[in-house]
Design a protein around this ligand. Structure first.
Ligand code: FES
Length: 101
């Protein structure tokens, strides 16, 4: 039997293009996956790798849906803060660019 067609409450789209991967995107994606698992959000938060989003200059790039929050130049050090701010408490952020400056 196939798995159920589950629709997550939130999706983290992590660019997995070559520039983003080189600049830590792959590791950041793993961090988000681990944090979602540790928080018990496996059924509600999905992390999906995308092809290049054509924003390589700002690598690594990610977006969080359905908030349509885009983050760039993300570092591993910011991953926990991003997770807490956008995933644990979605909608609590006033200025998403605060994280990437
Ligand atoms: S490789 Fe990520 S935006 Fe191009």
């Amino acid at each position: 039997m196939s798995k159920a067609f589950n629709i997550p409450q939130q999706v983290i789209y992590m660019c997995a293009g070559s520039k983003c991967k080189k600049r830590g995107g792959k590791e950041i994606g793993k961090l988000f996956r681990n944090m979602a698992k540790a928080a018990g959000f496996e059924d509600t938060v999905e992390i999906i790798k995308t092809d290049c989003t054509d924003r390589c200059k700002f690598a690594p790039v990610m977006s969080i849906q359905p908030q349509n929050t885009w983050l760039h130049d993300v570092t591993e050090a910011q991953a926990t803060q991003i997770f807490n701010q956008y995933i644990r408490k979605p909608g609590k952020t006033e200025n998403p660019s605060d994280l990437t400056t």
